[in-house]
Design a protein around this ligand. Structure first.
Ligand code: ZN
Ligand code: ZN
Ligand code: FE
Length: 756
């Protein structure tokens, strides 16, 4: 990755430094450098290229060949040659670099405390690009005319702002604005953008940032316009403030992410490994789920009931200024009109966040495309995404080989789309849950934008088999050939593709909900195959969802359904207290409004409810997380009963014996910790056994682990370890999420396979 990352200026500066002649130019495959001069200097030049590359550049290979000397007057940056179809790669939005940070905090610098400082190595990219070519007039910076000083930097190949499209300064660039809850300016215009170049930059005296920090310290909720959208910020050590944010946002329990001042603070509040440290301080600056240290000062309501907390470091100059001005640790949560497609309209933000925010810290650089923070966790030696978004998108995932241009539209929850072009899989940012019109519009915008940015028109559109998904309905309306792909088949292939493998493999897909080829809901599947097709070798025992999808947010109903199917006599269990048990039992008895599912996610929810951990949930995965948490990070040694039986050509992993055992254990007063440990042990043993049968039957030793349930770190880490111990080659997700955020990649690959 050497385009759009300041690589040519880097080479230029290097060549000038060594006094060499020649040129550097972009080609369709990368960069071509022709250089001449004394042999020793050439060697130093080449080694410097390898060792001093710009932070965002990635070099896969360097090929060298000797040429005869020729007339060269100087070293220059050449245009791309005609006929060389240059593949324009737009870089992701990148965290403030150390050079810019130094200038930001240097009183002598002309950008001292300027909240929009950036350079070739950092700043907004993807979220400000409207069209190609990636040049200032195609970005949301076009309304800002550079002052002569910025203009000079922009055109000087020796300057670190050479061709930095969002370049600007207090004189000519974007400015901040602090508004009160009613949307009225709280202070005189701080930085009046001026075109008068002779005027020295205005000091940001008593500036909006300082004022905003005072409000945060007083416990107020601040709406903050960031790189890819709005955050709601509040002092994370102020329990009352955090609670108020939860109330106003209508977000009961889902953990908030926090932004911490620096790595010293992170270390004092969380355990941080080397890998986690590297992720936190990387140019992508994702949220990393870290283990809290005991006695943390964080308000209990930030992430109630969890050992881990999502932490990120300041990644924009504005964030840095907030912390330099006294902010300590902040809750930073996506402002919740989050499915809105275009958030460059400050007025819209004001109207939607009225009643939530006490003040608005805005700016006048429009955000063209919304992009949420990425969320990662470091497990089994790798950084793994549960949401791949800001900082990573739209960097391509490189595939093993090329093929047709295909679009995968994803599923419903945590949706992304993927456009395959050549050997690049261009996966979109997190679009969100496709459940309303706003999300649908955002989806349409992202699809159109990806096709436009990468100049690719799909030959085939691939969608989920679920007829009710908005993504399916969108696909059906396109005038392009279509393919419907089974949900868990797509999960399996997504994992193969991420690992640049073609299979066939044994895919253990543990998931919440996916439409099966038989019209029931699948989600605990052992599939064998590859992009060309899969066999459903085994699945979890089918269980009833009383009331269908509505049961998902009422896990106690699931628990009742599982007990009923497992033929447990309905002796009183604590979780039943105060619930409308009789009505649900009637549904189950009469088999009215019952949906059958082999979902593993629902099994976790049901057992969590049985143990009286969560009878109702306010967000997906809440009950399952509580159950994992109850195990205290330990997989037990003792097991409950389970059974594997072949029925009608498919293996069924029977969980009803385990449900019976759990009901008995609860009646006998077994602690929930032990129940959860045994539950995890039982499942893992069962999966190991069925994988063994599949490996023998198919003669395959490669295992794929995919599906949202693998965000359960206890299950994932233990199963991965035990499979590896048993000699399997295990493919897992890292760069793309195991949940439905990765689905679109698998769909697109399956579609491409069908066309080949
Ligand atoms: Zn920079
Ligand atoms: Zn300027
Ligand atoms: Fe799924």
């Amino acid at each position: 990755m050497v385009q759009g990352v300041g690589f040519r200026p880097f080479v230029y500066r290097l060549a000038i430094g060594y006094g060499l002649k020649g040129f550097v130019r972009n080609t369709h495959t990368g960069v071509l450098i022709e250089v001449q001069g004394p042999g020793q200097l050439l060697e130093s030049f080449c080694s410097s290229i390898r060792h001093g590359t710009p932070p965002l550049a990635r070099i896969e290979a360097i090929e060298e060949s000797a040429l005869d000397c020729c007339e060269e007057a100087d070293f220059h940056i050449g245009d791309s040659t005609a006929g060389d179809a240059v593949e324009t790669l737009i870089a992701p939005d990148i965290a403030l670099c150390s050079d810019c940070r130094r200038e930001l905090l240097d009183p002598a610098d002309r950008r001292f405390r300027y909240p929009f400082i950036n350079c070739t190595n950092c700043g907004p990219r993807y979220t400000i690009v409207e069209s190609l070519p990636y040049d200032r007039p195609s970005t949301s910076m076009r309304s800002f005319t550079m002052c002569p000083e910025c203009e000079r930097e922009y055109h000087d190949p020796l300057d670190r702002r050479f061709h930095a499209q969002p370049n600007g300064c207090p004189v000519c660039g974007p400015a901040l604005l602090l508004l009160d809850a009613a949307g009225l300016p709280m202070m005189a215009a701080d930085v009046e953008p001026s075109t008068c170049a002779t005027e020295s930059p205005k000091p940001l005296a008593g500036d909006a940032v300082t004022e905003a920090v005072v409000m945060l310290e007083e416990g107020h909720i601040l709406a903050l316009k960031g790189l890819g959208g709005f955050h709601l910020a509040v002092d994370a050590s102020n329990e009352r403030a955090v609670k108020r944010l939860r109330e106003r946002k209508g977000r009961e329990a889902k953990p908030f992410a926090v932004m911490m001042r620096d790595i010293v603070q992170v270390r004092s509040w969380c355990d941080v490994s080397e890998g986690e440290l590297a992720a936190l301080t990387s140019p992508e600056a994702p949220i990393v789920l870290l283990n809290k240290r005991p006695g943390s000062m964080l308000a209990p309501s930030v992430a109630p009931g969890y050992d881990r907390i999502g932490v990120m470091l300041p990644y924009t100059p504005l964030h840095t200024l907030l912390f330099e001005s006294g902010a300590d640790v902040l809750v930073m949560t996506s402002a919740n009109f989050s499915e809105e497609p275009i958030v460059n309209d400050n007025d819209e933000a004001l109207s939607r966040l009225t009643g939530i925010a006490d003040a608005f810290l805005l700016h006048n650089r429009p955000i063209y495309l919304k992009c949420d923070d990425s969320v990662t966790i470091h497990l089994s030696g790798e950084l793994r995404h549960s949401r791949r978004s800001r900082g990573y998108v739209p960097a391509p995932i490189t595939l093993r080989k090329g093929g047709a241009t295909v679009l995968g539209t994803g599923g419903e929850l945590k949706n992304t789309v993927t456009l395959l072009k050549g050997t690049h899989a261009l996966m979109s940012q997190h679009i969100g849950d496709m459940k309303n019109f706003e999300a649908y519009r955002h989806f349409e915008q992202v699809v159109a934008h990806l096709q436009h940015l990468f100049q690719a028109t799909p030959e085939l559109v691939v969608h989920d088999l679920h007829p009710g998904y908005l993504t399916t309905q969108w696909a059906l309306r396109q005038n392009i050939p279509l393919l419907g792909v089974q949900h868990h088949h797509a999960h399996l292939v997504a994992c193969l593709a991420e690992n640049r493998e073609e299979g066939p493999a044994i895919g253990l897909i543990l998931d919440g909900t996916g439409y099966g080829t038989d019209g029931t809901i699948w989600g605990g599947e052992l599939l064998i195959g590859d992009a060309a097709g899969v066999e459903r070798f085994a699945s979890l025992e089918s269980m009833p969802l009383p009331g269908g999808d509505a049961a998902v947010i009422h896990p106690w109903r699931l628990a009742l359904g599982y007990l009923h199917r497992s033929c447990v006599d309905m002796a009183d269990l604590p979780f039943m207290k105060g619930r409308g048990i009789a009505q649900v039992l009637e549904l189950l008895e009469k088999k009215v409004n019952i949906v059958e599912t082999s979902s593993c996610g629902r099994l976790f929810d049901a057992v969590a409810a049985l143990c009286n951990l969560r009878g109702e949930i306010s967000y997906e995965g809440e009950a399952a997380m509580a159950l994992m948490h109850a195990a205290g990070g330990v997989v037990g040694e003792k097991e409950f009963r389970s059974a594997l039986r072949e029925e009608k050509g498919r293996w069924i992993m029977h969980v009803s014996p385990m449900i019976q055992d759990i009901a008995t254990a609860l009646q006998q007063g077994m602690p929930v910790t032990e129940i959860s440990q045994r539950f995890h042990r039982t499942l893992i043993s069962c999966f190991l056994e069925i994988i063994g049968k599949a490996a023998n039957a198919a003669g395959i030793k490669t295992v794929v682990l995919s599906g949202g349930v693998f965000q359960n770190e206890l299950l994932f880490v233990t199963l991965l370890h035990e499979l590896q111990q048993a000699g399997y080659r295990v493919l897992t997700h890292a760069r793309i999420p195991p949940n439905d955020g990765g689905l679109s990649l698998g769909q697109a690959i399956i579609g491409r396979r069908m066309l080949s």
